[in-house]
Ligand binder design. Structure first.
Ligand code: HEC
Ligand code: HEC
Length: 359
């Protein structure tokens, strides 16, 4: 249990190094949250100064659904990160409290324990840093952090809940961020049909099995090897490692993506590779929500890739010697779409542990 080890480590430091400190970062009486993840997801890291605890994650869940975090008490994180949609929303661009639309599609939140760069352009390097962004963002919850803190401090219940999680009734933005991050780390999706298949509990249909092979194969027409090379970027059993690529959506970029944050021209048009888990619930697709269906996504990869300076070399993979596009057949595209369907995890989008605790 990595969570437990982490906690005892932190408590060890807290106990021997600062036993006289009354306002310790981690309340020694907290309970480690039992993080359950399949071994094939690989190792993950939890920051030493924010172990995942039952008390912290429970508080974080409340804050995720707390309208007081918004300037006019009408919106929550969950307004744009809806559980039924894999914690994204169905709008092309989400609208904040002042009715202003952003320019990016909301992102799904699941299995974030295995990611270390957040937002489409990767500008947040931890969930703790990420969580405070939307509270102050004028096109999202639009409220100074000090105002959010004051509102929560004035309630009957929150000071006690912060004390249980962090050892102090004095609410801080730091503790708000930490609690929300803890809740997000509990959002693990690992019971799709694909997971069941990996565990030997389910059998893929013929089309799903063909789709899986195409998804993970890099085509090599010289060797009669057909493939969609999706798995070259949407890697491993998590179906994405969050690396940044230009997948050929545009010849001229409306949104510079990663370059906005690195100021490097070779990063223009590169975006975070999203995990494809729960992709059946997360439409519309891409950073600007330009595609409504997986058929449109497959048509893009197969025949509409646009050339630019930063286009990923993997995007020139082809199934026909000398051809300029991927050259999958319509039946093969459908097989890949059928395989993507196995990544939907119904138990995740309906799990009552992740739903609105105020309902
Ligand atoms: C008005 C809609 C809206 C609200 C409200 C909102 N988000 Fe988001 N969220 C987005 C959008 C849009 C993005 C992508 C933004 C970008 O890349 O610039 C995003 C990205 C994220 C990500 C990054 C996921 C990844 O894989 O990189 C996380 C985590 C997240 N939001 C959590 C939250 C939390 C926590 C709150 C509440 C404090 C919140 N969001 C409130 C729309 C919203
Ligand atoms: C060169 C790397 C690369 C390859 C190869 C690749 N993808 Fe992607 N994929 C990405 C990136 C990067 C994004 C996000 C792009 C953006 O929004 O601008 C993405 C986005 C997607 C999305 C949208 C997900 C969402 O939540 O919006 C789907 C679906 C998808 N890819 C499926 C596939 C399939 C199917 C294949 C194989 C036919 C494939 N990808 C091949 C890098 C890649």
């Amino acid at each position: 249990m990595k969570g437990l080890r982490c906690i005892s480590l932190v408590m060890g430091i807290v106990c021997c190094a600062c036993s006289k400190k009354s306002n310790t970062e981690v309340n020694p009486s907290v309970h480690a949250y039992p993080i359950a993840s399949p071994s094939y997801f690989g190792d993950y890291k939890i920051p030493a100064d924010n172990p995942t605890t039952v008390e912290g994650a429970t508080l974080g869940r409340m804050l995720f659904y707390e309208p007081m975090l918004s300037g006019n008490n009408t919106m929550t994180c969950a307004s744009c990160h809806v559980q039924a949609n894999g914690f994204t929303d169905t709008n092309r661009f989400s609208t904040g409290i002042d009715g202003i639309k952003g320019t990016r599609n909301s992102m799904a939140i699941s299995n974030v324990l295995w990611q270390n760069k957040f937002f489409w352009d990767g500008r947040a390097s931890s969930l703790e840093i990420q969580a405070l962004g939307p509270i102050e963002n004028p096109i999202e919850l639009h409220q100074p952090l000090s105002a959010a803190v004051a509102k929560l401090q004035a309630t009957n219940n929150y000071p006690g809940l912060f004390k249980m999680a962090f050892g102090s009734e004095t609410i801080t933005a730091d503790h708000i961020a930490k609690a929300i991050a803890q809740f997000e780390r509990t959002l693990i999706s690992s019971n799709s049909k694909y997971d069941q298949y990996l565990r030997g509990e389910a059998v893929l249909t013929e089309s799903e099995a063909r789709g899986r092979a195409l998804f993970f194969t890099h085509p090599s027409p010289e060797n009669n090897l057909r493939g969609g090379n999706c798995g070259d970027c949407h890697t491993g059993d998590l179906a994405g490692n969050g690396a940044f690529h230009n997948n050929g959506l545009d010849a001229v970029f409306q949104d510079l993506g990663l370059a906005l944050h690195t100021n490097n021209v070779y990063d223009e048009g590169k975006f975070k590779t999203p995990s494809l888990r729960n992709v059946g619930y997360t439409a519309p697709y891409m950073h600007d929500g330009r595609f409504n269906t997986l058929k449109q996504v497959l048509d893009h990869y197969n025949e509409h890739v646009k050339t630019s300076l930063t286009l990923d070399p993997l995007m020139s993979a082809t199934n026909t010697v000398g051809a300029k596009s991927l050259e999958l057949t319509e039946a093969e595209k459908q097989d890949i779409i059928d395989f993507l369907g196995t990544l939907n995890d119904e138990s995740f989008v309906t799990n009552s542990k992740f739903s609105n605790p105020f309902k």
